[in-house]
Write a protein that binds this ligand. Structure first.
Ligand SMILES: [Zn+2]
Ligand SMILES: [Zn+2]
Length: 161
Protein backbone atom coordinates (compact mmCIF):
# COMPACT_ATOMS: atom_id res chain seq x y z
CA UNK A 1 0.00 0.00 0.00
CA UNK A 2 1.32 3.37 -0.99
CA UNK A 3 1.02 6.14 1.53
CA UNK A 4 0.61 9.50 -0.05
CA UNK A 5 3.11 11.88 1.48
CA UNK A 6 2.15 15.49 1.13
CA UNK A 7 4.82 17.51 -0.58
CA UNK A 8 3.36 20.70 0.81
CA UNK A 9 5.81 22.92 2.64
CA UNK A 10 3.00 24.26 4.78
CA UNK A 11 2.83 23.57 8.48
CA UNK A 12 -0.24 21.49 9.47
CA UNK A 13 -2.11 24.52 10.83
CA UNK A 14 -1.68 26.28 7.48
CA UNK A 15 -3.85 23.73 5.70
CA UNK A 16 -6.69 23.63 8.21
CA UNK A 17 -10.27 24.74 7.68
CA UNK A 18 -9.43 27.85 9.70
CA UNK A 19 -6.65 28.78 7.31
CA UNK A 20 -9.10 28.45 4.41
CA UNK A 21 -11.46 30.86 6.11
CA UNK A 22 -8.59 33.31 6.65
CA UNK A 23 -7.49 33.18 3.03
CA UNK A 24 -11.03 33.68 1.77
CA UNK A 25 -11.31 36.73 4.03
CA UNK A 26 -8.07 38.08 2.55
CA UNK A 27 -6.11 37.64 5.77
CA UNK A 28 -2.61 36.23 5.94
CA UNK A 29 -2.53 32.82 7.61
CA UNK A 30 -0.67 33.12 10.91
CA UNK A 31 -0.59 30.75 13.86
CA UNK A 32 -2.33 33.15 16.31
CA UNK A 33 -5.14 33.76 13.81
CA UNK A 34 -5.63 30.04 13.18
CA UNK A 35 -5.68 29.28 16.92
CA UNK A 36 -8.10 32.06 17.79
CA UNK A 37 -10.42 31.18 14.92
CA UNK A 38 -10.27 27.57 16.09
CA UNK A 39 -11.61 28.57 19.51
CA UNK A 40 -14.54 30.43 17.97
CA UNK A 41 -15.23 27.63 15.50
CA UNK A 42 -15.66 25.09 18.31
CA UNK A 43 -18.22 22.32 18.30
CA UNK A 44 -20.95 24.50 19.68
CA UNK A 45 -21.89 27.95 18.53
CA UNK A 46 -20.66 30.24 21.22
CA UNK A 47 -20.47 33.89 22.09
CA UNK A 48 -17.18 34.50 23.86
CA UNK A 49 -15.48 37.54 25.34
CA UNK A 50 -11.86 38.22 24.39
CA UNK A 51 -10.90 37.11 27.92
CA UNK A 52 -12.72 33.81 27.48
CA UNK A 53 -10.97 33.19 24.15
CA UNK A 54 -7.68 33.97 25.90
CA UNK A 55 -8.48 31.59 28.79
CA UNK A 56 -9.34 28.74 26.41
CA UNK A 57 -6.06 29.22 24.59
CA UNK A 58 -4.19 29.21 27.91
CA UNK A 59 -6.02 26.05 28.97
CA UNK A 60 -4.99 24.44 25.68
CA UNK A 61 -1.38 25.36 26.36
CA UNK A 62 -1.23 28.08 23.70
CA UNK A 63 1.04 30.93 24.59
CA UNK A 64 -0.85 33.91 23.19
CA UNK A 65 -1.16 37.20 25.05
CA UNK A 66 -4.46 38.91 25.74
CA UNK A 67 -3.36 41.91 23.64
CA UNK A 68 -2.84 39.59 20.65
CA UNK A 69 -6.28 38.09 21.17
CA UNK A 70 -7.85 41.57 21.20
CA UNK A 71 -5.93 42.63 18.11
CA UNK A 72 -6.78 39.50 16.11
CA UNK A 73 -10.46 39.63 17.09
CA UNK A 74 -10.61 43.23 15.86
CA UNK A 75 -8.99 42.14 12.57
CA UNK A 76 -11.56 39.34 12.28
CA UNK A 77 -14.36 41.78 12.93
CA UNK A 78 -13.04 44.14 10.24
CA UNK A 79 -12.76 41.21 7.81
CA UNK A 80 -16.33 40.25 8.79
CA UNK A 81 -15.49 36.70 9.75
CA UNK A 82 -16.63 37.34 13.31
CA UNK A 83 -19.44 39.45 14.72
CA UNK A 84 -19.03 41.58 17.80
CA UNK A 85 -22.01 42.15 20.09
CA UNK A 86 -22.44 44.44 23.07
CA UNK A 87 -25.39 42.79 24.75
CA UNK A 88 -24.82 43.81 28.36
CA UNK A 89 -22.89 46.82 29.62
CA UNK A 90 -19.52 47.23 27.95
CA UNK A 91 -18.99 43.47 27.76
CA UNK A 92 -18.24 42.60 24.12
CA UNK A 93 -18.77 39.03 22.89
CA UNK A 94 -17.62 37.56 19.62
CA UNK A 95 -19.14 34.84 17.50
CA UNK A 96 -18.31 33.35 14.15
CA UNK A 97 -20.13 35.10 11.31
CA UNK A 98 -21.79 32.10 9.74
CA UNK A 99 -24.07 34.19 7.56
CA UNK A 100 -27.08 32.62 9.25
CA UNK A 101 -29.12 35.27 10.94
CA UNK A 102 -30.44 34.44 14.34
CA UNK A 103 -31.49 36.32 17.42
CA UNK A 104 -30.27 36.21 20.98
CA UNK A 105 -31.51 35.74 24.53
CA UNK A 106 -29.10 37.21 27.05
CA UNK A 107 -28.88 36.70 30.82
CA UNK A 108 -28.61 40.06 32.60
CA UNK A 109 -26.92 38.44 35.61
CA UNK A 110 -24.15 36.29 34.14
CA UNK A 111 -24.05 37.37 30.49
CA UNK A 112 -24.89 33.93 29.12
CA UNK A 113 -26.07 34.08 25.51
CA UNK A 114 -28.43 31.69 23.77
CA UNK A 115 -29.67 31.82 20.20
CA UNK A 116 -33.07 31.44 18.68
CA UNK A 117 -34.72 31.66 15.31
CA UNK A 118 -38.43 32.27 15.06
CA UNK A 119 -40.14 32.56 11.68
CA UNK A 120 -43.27 34.12 13.19
CA UNK A 121 -41.23 36.88 14.83
CA UNK A 122 -39.34 37.45 11.57
CA UNK A 123 -42.54 37.75 9.57
CA UNK A 124 -43.98 40.17 12.09
CA UNK A 125 -40.86 42.36 11.91
CA UNK A 126 -41.10 42.42 8.12
CA UNK A 127 -44.76 43.50 8.43
CA UNK A 128 -43.86 46.15 11.00
CA UNK A 129 -41.28 47.63 8.62
CA UNK A 130 -43.76 47.49 5.72
CA UNK A 131 -46.27 49.55 7.69
CA UNK A 132 -43.71 52.37 7.61
CA UNK A 133 -43.10 51.76 3.91
CA UNK A 134 -39.81 49.95 4.41
CA UNK A 135 -38.52 46.87 2.70
CA UNK A 136 -36.99 44.92 5.62
CA UNK A 137 -33.42 43.79 4.93
CA UNK A 138 -32.53 42.42 8.33
CA UNK A 139 -33.02 42.89 12.03
CA UNK A 140 -31.31 42.56 15.34
CA UNK A 141 -33.31 41.36 18.30
CA UNK A 142 -32.13 40.73 21.83
CA UNK A 143 -34.33 39.39 24.61
CA UNK A 144 -32.98 40.13 28.08
CA UNK A 145 -33.75 37.83 30.96
CA UNK A 146 -32.38 35.44 33.56
CA UNK A 147 -30.92 32.11 32.56
CA UNK A 148 -32.08 28.92 34.36
CA UNK A 149 -29.02 28.87 36.66
CA UNK A 150 -29.34 32.52 37.68
CA UNK A 151 -33.11 32.21 38.11
CA UNK A 152 -32.44 29.61 40.82
CA UNK A 153 -29.97 31.70 42.78
CA UNK A 154 -30.78 34.92 44.66
CA UNK A 155 -30.98 37.94 42.42
CA UNK A 156 -27.74 39.75 41.92
CA UNK A 157 -27.85 43.25 43.36
CA UNK A 158 -26.35 44.71 40.21
CA UNK A 159 -27.66 43.22 36.98
CA UNK A 160 -25.37 43.72 34.00
CA UNK A 161 -28.01 45.81 32.21
ZN1 LIG B 1 -27.30 33.74 34.06
ZN1 LIG C 1 -25.26 34.35 17.95
Amino acid sequence: MVTQVSSSRHAPWEISQESDTLRKAGLKVTLPRVKILGVLAGREREHLTAEEVYQRLQAAGEDLGLATVYRVLTQFQEAQIVLRHHFVGDRAVFELNSGIDHDHVVCVDCGRVDEFKDRTVERRLTDVAAVSGYEALGHSLVVYGRCPECAQSPRSATPLV
